[in-house]
Write a protein that binds this ligand. Structure first.
Ligand code: DUC
Ligand code: ZN
Ligand code: ZN
Length: 468
């Protein structure tokens, strides 16, 4: 059925005006004043509300297996949570098992993503740069719609590649119109610090942060930029958390190098103080990179304002705090004896949009246009999804969020739709709330009611990445 959104304040990265939007057959058919429509149209009154393009979160790990753990959200539960949070497009990380080829991993990923309720694309993690892997990159970009790759400079023996492999992969990605995403931390030095801490019996969750200092992120970001510059390939630094890293990105961008970066809500709003929580509570905040001290936050906000940071995404990588009812494989409790065994990652897909609205627009005076840009438009552009996703215009997908900019509410994990059992932001009061969400014209969220269904999400074959 067609949908008409009446009288909303339409905000994109460049527009801000009141009009009606008619969505027909999944796409925006008409935008205009006082649209006159026939009978078979679902009407949504948006008077007093913002109408935003559906959020685009380009960093999630749904139904992901690691060597020791498994994320708790399936594509069904994770995308439902995303929709309740105003996010209608995800680009999720497909991670091959050790020894598995990227194309085979993508087949497995497709089987898992069949339950998605919003549209999803895939980034491919590369565990090596062997000839077979490099050969598959072309197929992935040209024939599978996977136009971005992620490599790790951390986790030696598990995910880490050496600089030569990183450089080779960047060169092939760049030549194929693909973006290279990098997890930038100096993995070898971190491993030395972790081994040292464990040997000294320093095993509480806070040592996760103390063994991954910001300087080792800054160093790796700088190195990744040098390699990308040499490879003449676009680079995207994922989950940037530290002032040193941002300085390296800023310096490179000022020289005209195609370097881009995202940060995440937890780095903008939380600090290493969380690691002082009593007992094992601090394990909830064990993610990589770790939370930094307060001083980094002002730099990240500055970066978002000046476009040295282009994107806020979540790194939604949810593991339950409790062992029950899902079992140890899904739980932080694995690391109760040692921080080194705590599954790394935290949830966030459901709270990104309202948190960033409250922090950026309400508290930091960011323009609504820039808010839309960092949460929808820029990620869509950088990852080959624009203009289908990330804006509101005739012909684009009818992914829309009706957002009340003044309603106050409180984050409670108990009211979330993710399967995870905690929120990093429990009890935080926000101004601004998602009221309705449409996916390709179909209303899937109406207040607290879920109207979508598992499997309605489509696979996004992305075009070339790396353009902004
Ligand atoms: N990197 C991620 O991007 N997510 C979870 C853990 C990690 O190291
Ligand atoms: Zn990472
Ligand atoms: Zn991640």
């Amino acid at each position: 059925m067609a949908a008409l959104i009446r009288n909303g304040r339409i905000v994109t990265a460049v527009d801000d005006y009141v009009a009606d939007i008619l969505v027909d057959d999944g796409r925006i058919a008409t935008i205009g004043l006082h649209l006159d429509v026939g009978g078979d149209v679902e009407i949504h009154d948006a008077a007093g509300l913002l109408v935003l393009p559906g959020g685009v979160d380009v960093h999630t790990h749904l139904d992901m297996t690691t060597s020791t753990a498994h994320t708790i959200d399936t594509f069904g539960s994770g995308t439902r949570a995303a929709a309740f949070g105003g996010t209608t497009t995800l680009v999720d990380f497909c991670t091959p098992l050790p020894g598995q080829s990227p194309l085979s991993a993508l087949e497995d990923w497709h089987r898992l993503r069949e339950t998605a309720c919003v549209d999803v694309g895939a980034h491919m993690v590369l565990l090596d740069a062997n000839p077979g892997t490099l050969g598959e990159m072309h197929t992935l970009v040209r024939h599978e719609g996977v136009s971005s790759f992620k490599l790790f400079m951390a986790y030696p023996g598990v995910l880490m590649v050496d600089d030569g492999a990183l450089f080779k992969a960047m060169r092939v990605a760049g030549a194929n119109g693909a973006m290279t995403c990098v997890h930038a931390e100096n993995g070898s030095v971190i491993q030395a610090l972790v081994d040292e801490a464990v040997a000294l019996g320093l095993k509480a969750p806070k040592y996760h942060a103390l063994t991954r200092p910001a300087i080792l992120e800054g160093e790796a970001v700088h190195r990744a930029i040098c390699l990308a510059e040499l490879a003449e390939a676009p680079l995207y630094i994922v989950h940037l958390s530290a002032a040193q890293s941002l300085a390296a990105v800023t310096e490179a961008r000022d020289r005209g190098i195609a370097v881009h970066a995202e940060t995440c809500p937890h780095y903008l709003f939380l600090s290493a103080d969380e690691y002082e929580r009593p007992g094992f509570e601090a394990a909830k905040y064990v993610m990589t990179p770790p939370l930094r001290d307060h001083s980094h936050q002002a730099h990240l906000w500055r970066g978002l304002k000046t476009d040295d940071l282009q994107v806020v995404s979540t790194d939604h990588c949810p593991f339950c705090f409790s062992e029950q009812p899902h079992g140890m494989r899904y739980s932080k409790q694995q690391g109760v004896e040692s921080f080194a065994r705590i599954p790394n990652g935290a949830p966030g897909v459901e709270t990104r949009l309202p948190l960033v609205f409250d922090g950026a627009v309400v508290k930091h005076g960011m323009s609504l246009n820039r808010f839309v840009e960092i949460t929808a438009t820029a990620p869509a552009k950088l990852f080959g999804l624009f203009p289908k996703k990330g804006t509101i215009a005739v012909g684009t997908d009818g992914d829309l969020v009706l957002f009340d900019p003044v309603e106050r509410w409180t984050i409670r994990a108990g009211e979330h739709h993710s399967r995870v059992d905690y929120s990093l932001f429990e009890g935080r009061e926000l101004t601004g709330r998602v009221k309705k969400v449409l996916v390709r014209g179909q209303c899937v969220v109406d207040g607290t009611r879920w109207l979508g269904r598992d499997g309605m999400g489509q696979y996004l074959r992305r075009s070339e990445s790396g353009q902004s």
